[in-house]
Design a binder for this molecule. Sequence first.
Ligand SMILES: [Zn+2]
Length: 221
Amino acid sequence: MDNTNSHPDDELLTAYSAGSLPLSQALCISTHIEHCSACAQKLQRLNRVGSELMQNLKPARASESLKSKLMDQLDSLVEADADDIRPEPVDPSIPRCLRQFIDEGYDGLQWKRVSSDIHSVELCRDSNGAKVELLKIRPGGSASTHTHLGDEYTVILEGSFSDESGLYRKGDFLVRDKNDHHTPVATQDRACICLAVTEGPIQLTGFFSRLLNPLLRRAHA
Ligand SMILES: [Zn+2]
């Protein structure tokens, strides 16, 4: 079923099709596309246009870095093929492109406590320094108001959350830039697990208000 209502924009999909996105961002797009038939179809069209363009280009000498990038991509394709013949993992709801990081389901991961509402587990680091992690927000829990030094990409894997912009469900893809201040709150029915890619360290912005809260409560008691 395809319930997604928040998608990568055309610019991101085009860059993904051209293979020019950092791996961490490409991982988010791949994850979304497994849940979204509309973007999967759009991507097929972009790939077709791309291959027609390639056919019309005059041959040029490929640079060494491009050659090694292509060889890396071929290697990962071979690895992906090898994945196809592996037995299904314990939890088939885990997106295929994340199974290399998650052997024994979400419960088998080494979750670390970030706050009373949030646990996280780092999956890998991109060569550009971006952090690829899973975040788990408890039912009804809130991720502190935060901002970040770079863009933040999020894909919902399980459950749902809402923030100042609306409600997001499994498969939804979001980009927040460093000027967005947002407070995701998981829905009450179940924990929300997200794939998150952050380009820079997160800065908490709610610190002083949290310090003041107990004083304010006492003043009203
Ligand atoms: Zn989509």
